[in-house]
Design a protein around this ligand. Structure first.
Ligand code: 1KG
Length: 430
């Protein structure tokens, strides 16, 4: 931050030098205390549902029983637009929250294996209650799996996220792995959501912030297909956090942008506009689609630390978080080492006794086996194979949104899936 004291800027310059010799593992970088966040990465799953009303909105746009095919098409497009609006609404929470609450992007605490984070949103009305289950299912490499469930509307969002990072002269470049599956059980409709690449700007001025880039997709089981392209301040648009989303009847139609049913463009952290067809809507002449600053985010309700289990994030990291808030570097190191040593001991015992760690609410499903079509141990079949085929997306563990036949379209195809039975059997208090 511009106001950082000389000590901070001193440690920041040495930090920037350490970035120069970056080895690809962000957690290996010793970031100066003022850039450390007291929040663990396992908490970031909550950013998927800070607008629960938008998450369930599509459920309130069902196609009437005896609808004509043109009405059915119109309703399916309305739902694709509603799901796109929900997704766009998540981006400000995902990528700007730390800037708003702490003045800049920060380095999150690196979750330990089995760390969990749970909570609920109480929205009332016809939205009702929405719950969050987030679990660190892998530590090397870090992978967070999550599920968001709204009982009143029979909606379940589940997904997982991992990243790889590389360094360029002025920014840290991040590729996201994983995806989200949004299931509207009453509509018998599912949406596959991929995650865009990002980079961290502002490192030189010690005021880092996220900018999205590249492309992400939303593929509906009814065929509708959304392509979202991201750009930032340096690009033609001139504004930070810019995006353009085009919704097509199906992936094939997206070959020509003019085939778009609707086009949405603007800033995901500000205002965006929607117009019919393939042409870019301009703020003057078009209808406002979404204003990220108009609707305040709903924050998750989390039980007090004294009621939490030892593996729940805020209880586990309480002393480290306190030390970070006091910028007491020695205490941060001391309290972090306690947690790291505990984890090392656990891993050592598992190796000695041959008891491998079992994840709590998620299973890793291998899609390389031929019967990967539907998932028996979930109440709702897992339509991932079908959705990746519809969207021409790789089913392998490739960077999120990789197309079939792209250079990453090979290797393992293991994806984390929420196990509703395990969740129901678990006595976890939300
Ligand atoms: C370690 C180097 C360092 O401290 O650099 C200082 C800077 C804070 C940059 C590095 C960190 O920046 C953070 C931003 C984090 C992403 C923010 C949002 C999301 C979306 C969420 O759905 C999944 C996780 C993800 C991708 C976060 C991943 C971790 C990021 C890149 C943090 C960097 C360590």
């Amino acid at each position: 931050t511009t106001g950082s004291s000389s000590a901070n800027s001193g440690s920041w310059t040495s930090f920037l030098k350490s970035i120069a010799s970056f080895n690809g593992d962000l957690s290996s970088l010793t970031a100066p205390p003022f850039i450390l966040s007291p929040t663990s990465l396992v908490e970031y799953s909550q950013y998927w549902a800070e607008h629960p009303d938008l998450l369930v909105a599509a459920n309130q746009l069902p196609t009437p029983e005896q609808a004509s095919s043109s009405t059915a098409e119109a309703m399916a497009l309305k739902r694709a637009i509603a799901v796109t609006k929900w997704f766009i609404s998540t981006l400000k929470s995902q990528y700007c929250s730390r800037n708003e609450s702490m003045g800049s992007e920060k380095k999150p605490l690196n979750p330990f294996l089995g760390e969990v984070f749970v909570g609920k949103w109480e929205t009332g009305g016809d939205v009702g209650e929405t719950i969050l289950a987030s679990e660190q299912v892998s530590h090397h490499p870090p992978v967070t799996a999550y599920a968001v469930a709204n009982g009143k509307n029979n909606v379940v969002l589940q997904g997982y996220n991992g990243i790889t990072s590389s360094i360029s002269t002025t920014s840290i470049n991040i590729k996201q792995y994983g995806h989200a599956l949004l299931n509207y059980q009453d509509l018998k409709e599912t949406y596959l959501v991929t995650l865009p690449p990002l980079h961290i700007e502002g490192l030189i001025t010690a005021a880092p912030f996220v900018e999205l880039e590249g492309t992400s997709y939303i593929q509906a089981s009814n065929g509708f297909y959304t392509v979202i392209e991201y750009s930032g301040r340096g690009w033609v648009s001139g504004k930070k956090n810019t995006f353009k989303a085009r919704i097509f009847r199906d992936q094939l139609s997206s070959a020509n942008k003019e085939n778009a049913s609707v086009t949405i463009s603007g800033q995901w952290s500000g205002k965006s506009y929607i117009g019919k067809g393939g042409s870019t809507p301009h703020s003057k002449s078009s209808e406002l689609f979404y204003d990220a600053n108009a609707q305040p985010s709903e924050h998750l309700i989390v039980k007090p630390i004294e009621e939490q289990e030892p593996t729940e994030s805020r209880r586990a990291w309480e002393k480290v978080a306190e030390a970070i808030r006091k910028s007491d570097y020695n205490l941060i190191h001391e309290e972090k080492s306690k947690i790291e040593n505990e984890q090392r001991e656990l891993r050592k015992k598992e190796r000695e006794t041959g008891h491998q760690w079992h994840t709590r609410w998620f299973d890793q499903k291998d899609y390389s086996n031929p019967e990967g079509k539907t998932d028996t141990n979930l109440e709702t079949p897992d339509p991932f194979t079908n959705l990746t085929n519809l969207a021409n997306l790789s089913i392998h563990n490739a960077p999120s949104g990789s197309l079939k036949k792209s250079k990453y379209d090979h290797g393992e195809s293991k994806h984390w899936r929420f196990n509703l039975d395990k969740w129901k059997q678990d006595g976890m208090k939300i």
